[in-house]
Design a protein around this ligand. Structure first.
Ligand code: NAD
Length: 429
């Protein structure tokens, strides 16, 4: 993925090692938890529309399932790597544990670019992915979901292929399905809203009214759009949003210092979260370089696109006004930047707490599918907010009690919960 010279799996391991040392985790448990339990690497031959066959590379990696079935999205990206999937599967383990849902960590990926594939080619790719994995995914084994550039249509094709293979209906095999076809109301909004539920709780603890804050986002995909919507509903002002331009193959930042209109921007973005530059200019947005989102004089930075975006090399660009970094994306900050952020006294809402709303709602989707009874949207969102607030409180209180950075507190809680499940199962004694 984003080629910044950082290896996300090494980052995930470095974060784990640091906390394992602090909490005195024994060496056999450390060895077990610092790597995935299972990995599947496979090829997917796909008949392309021009009559040729193209071979894609797929991955599914299960980091740990001591607390419940593996859970995690499938990323479609031309620069996908096994190490990115390993890191994401490990972060999923901690995320499910910190959100206290009975699931483990998994992740999938396909090296592909759906932006240049027809719907038919994408369908055949999705079905091929499931054929390669059908014995190693399922409602009680490992449950996929959408991630970057994969969507509810892809999930339904995958479910259909799985049910065709096993000869029965198992809607809990995958989450992120369309509403009416086993999807949960509120899933589209869940990750972004979850980010803002935790931010709202943090601002309350800091005695700062959301309506007196400003924020700058990296990304304007699913997570960023709904986070920005809820943040502006609370009265916050989004002054800048950056995203990738699929035509020019570069990123841009769109800025309105008096506040972006999120519905307006959503109306001029494509399904991959790219904002139309000409339309934005016509609507009065300044169009700045892609990294300008990080340099804004705002209270809150919300990286909501890719990993490895906040590094020591760019840390100096962050305004002294920034009080909070709210990690909506997975792994946007590199471990070597954490000490600089701590040093400046910026409060960090760590990714696997902050963006746990998606997996929490996916868990609700699975529960609803298994019951074959679906809740209304208010019920889903009310349960989601309660879960996010409980998770935030546990992390915030521990961080205050021990005087530690919130990422470390979140890791302490998650690692202890997973290690306890591993011990209770007798895997590592
Ligand atoms: P998405 O594909 O919907 O959107 C990604 C956004 O990032 C797009 O707006 C794209 O233009 C932008 N982007 C890509 N490269 C960029 C660059 N170099 N500079 C600036 N912007 C760039 O993805 P999403 O679902 O919103 O996921 C975003 C992040 O949140 C990822 O890290 C993902 O793993 C994480 N996440 C997603 C969910 C979920 O439910 N979707 C849940 C938890 C975590």
């Amino acid at each position: 993925m984003a080629n910044t010279g950082y290896n996300p799996f090494e980052n995930a391991q470095a974060q784990f090692d640091g906390v394992a040392e602090t909490i005195g985790l024994d060496s056999s448990m450390r060895e077990f938890l610092r790597q995935p339990m299972k990995e599947f690497h496979f090829t997917i031959p796909v008949k392309m529309d021009d009559g040729t066959t193209k071979t894609f590379k797929g991955f599914r990696i299960r980091h740990n399932d001591a607390r419940g079935s593996g859970k995690g999205g499938i990323r479609f990206h031309p620069e996908e790597t096994a190490d990115t999937v390993r890191a994401l599967s490990m972060w999923m383990t901690w995320k499910c544990a910190v959100a206290d849902i009975p699931l483990g960590g998994g992740k999938g990926g396909i090296i592909c670019d759906p932006r240049i594939m027809s719907a038919g080619e994408q369908e055949r790719l999705c079905r091929g992915y499931v054929r390669a994995l059908s014995e190693n995914i399922g409602p009680f084994c490992d449950v996929p979901a959408p991630d970057v550039m994969s969507n509810n249509r892809h999930m339904l094709w995958m479910l259909d292929e799985y049910e065709t293979i096993v000869g029965n209906r198992f809607p809990g095999m995958i989450t992120g399905k369309p509403v009416g076809m086993g999807g949960s109301l509120g899933r589209t909004e869940a990750t972004g809203y979850g980010v803002i539920y935790t931010l709202k709780d943090l601002l309350r603890c800091m005695n700062i009214p959301a309506s007196e804050t400003t924020a700058s986002f990296q990304g304007f995909g699913n997570v960023a759009e709904y986070a920005a919507r809820m943040y502006t509903e609370l009265g916050g002002k989004v002054t800048a949003v950056s995203c990738w331009d699929n035509i020019e193959k570069t990123s841009y930042t769109f800025r309105k210092v008096f506040g972006c209109d999120i519905s307006e921007l959503a109306g001029i973005k494509d399904k991959f979260g790219s904002i139309d530059k000409d339309k934005a200019l016509a609507l009065g947005y300044e169009v700045l370089p892609g990294d300008a989102w990080l340099k804004q004089d705002v209270d809150i930075l919300i990286p909501a696109a890719l990993e490895n975006q906040i590094t020591p090399a760019v840390f100096g660009d962050i305004s002294s006004k920034v009080k909070i970094i709210c990690e909506a994306a997975n792994g946007p900050t590199t471990p070597d930047c954490d000490p600089l952020i701590k040093g400046r006294g910026i409060i960090m809402l760590p990714d696997f707490l902050c963006n746990a709303g998606g997996v929490t709602c996916s868990y609700f989707e699975q529960v609803q599918c298994n019951m074959n009874y679906f809740w209304d949207k208010d019920e889903v969102l009310e349960k989601l907010e309660r879960k996010m607030t409980e998770a935030f409180r546990a992390v915030y209180d521990l961080a205050q009690e021990k005087g530690v950075y919130m990422r470390d507190a979140a890791y302490m809680i998650a690692i202890k919960r997973v290690a306890e499940a591993v011990r209770l199962r007798g895997w590592v004694t």
